[in-house]
Write a protein that binds this ligand. Structure first.
Ligand code: GTP
Length: 298
């Protein structure tokens, strides 16, 4: 039997004529180049099946088009070429194509003070679509940070004030005595709670963007929040982290507003959709805020 005699079920007519919105493959292992690294990724690749009478799409053609990802850094232009391949190989069948890549960038992050550094992983995904409305790309990444509750900080300060008032009600206010008190457990009789938090950032790239600014997006988000989770930490770094948290107390609403305003002004951002989750240590549930700008379906 040779290739010409192999049955081709996909080429048959469907018994139930009906177009399908998306047909493809999910979870294909692919390598890609991003943020200066070769990364493992999982691809979801597909097209619409607009010809309702056709039995199926040609999955192998989509799979083989993904080979393009191996050879050059991931960019909007490369994604567009892959999607154009999907459509060219499905002429008469499909008018829209999409590709979603799930990966994890591993970036080296410096300590706050000491000359140390360590690795931090950032789950990320890139989604591209080509259809009659044009081509667009979305970039998503999760950034983890610490958030100190501003309400808890104010309540703790009040208790410290009360304790100070008690302890110094009958003592003269001498500099050395106050300094010693501040350095004692009485000087911090209450501490605010803080929580490990995460921001899920999704941006739609400006159509003119030539790069996928993953690292720039992460850097911008971490600088905006001021309390990114750390990697290598010595005591000097921990002290700097305590200061950063004290200077940046945040409700989830504060974090969402900060991120929205900082990301929206980036020239490569055409739209954004973000969700921040503060995994409360006061409650057994999370505090969550979402914000969108120029986001379809919002
Ligand atoms: N359309 C479709 N194909 C599937 C599915 N599950 C597995 N396949 C297989 O995917 C394989 C590749 O399909 P095609 O791309 O049509 O393969 P081909 O006919 O050899 O390639 P072309 O000559 O380029 O059409 C076939 O062996 C299908 O059986 C499915 O649910 N739908």
């Amino acid at each position: 039997m040779n290739a010409l005699t192999l049955p081709d079920i996909a080429a048959q007519a469907s018994r139930q004529a009906l177009p399908l919105d998306w047909v493809g493959m999910c979870g294909i292992a692919v390598p890609l180049w991003l943020a200066g690294q070769r990364l493992n990724a999982r691809a979801d690749a597909g097209v619409s099946l607009d010809d309702g009478a056709a039995r199926g799409i040609h999955m192998s053609r989509l799979y083989l088009a993904l080979e393009l990802l191996e050879h050059e850094p991931l960019s909007p232009a490369l994604l567009r070429r892959v999607l154009q391949h999907f459509l060219d190989s499905h002429q008469g069948l499909s008018a829209s194509a999409s590709l979603r890549l799930h990966t994890e960038a591993l970036l080296k992050r410096p300590a706050l003070v000491s000359p140390l550094a360590g690795w931090k992983s950032y789950p990320a995904s890139i989604a591209a679509r080509l259809d009659s409305r044009g081509f667009h790309v979305e970039l998503s990444v999760a950034v983890s940070y610490s958030s100190t509750c501003p309400c808890s900080a104010a309540l703790a300060r009040q208790l410290i004030q009360q304790r100070f008032s008690q302890d110094f009600s009958s003592r003269p206010l001498e500099h050395s005595a106050v300094l010693a008190w501040l350095g004692s457990p009485q000087g911090i009789v209450a501490t605010p709670h803080s929580q490990r938090s995460s921001a899920q950032l999704q941006i739609r790239l400006n159509p003119a963007a030539t790069d996928l600014p993953l690292e720039a997006l992460i850097d911008r988000a971490e600088a905006t929040l001021g309390t990114a989770l750390q990697t290598a930490v010595k005591r000097a770094d921990e002290q700097a982290f305590a200061l950063a948290n004290g200077q940046n107390p945040m409700f989830c609403e504060d974090a969402a507003r900060r991120l929205h305003l900082a990301l929206r002004e980036q020239p490569e951002v055409h739209g954004l959709n973000l969700r921040v989750v503060h995994a409360e240590s006061l409650h057994a549930h999370d505090a969550v805020a979402e914000s969108r700008w120029n986001w379809e379906g919002a």
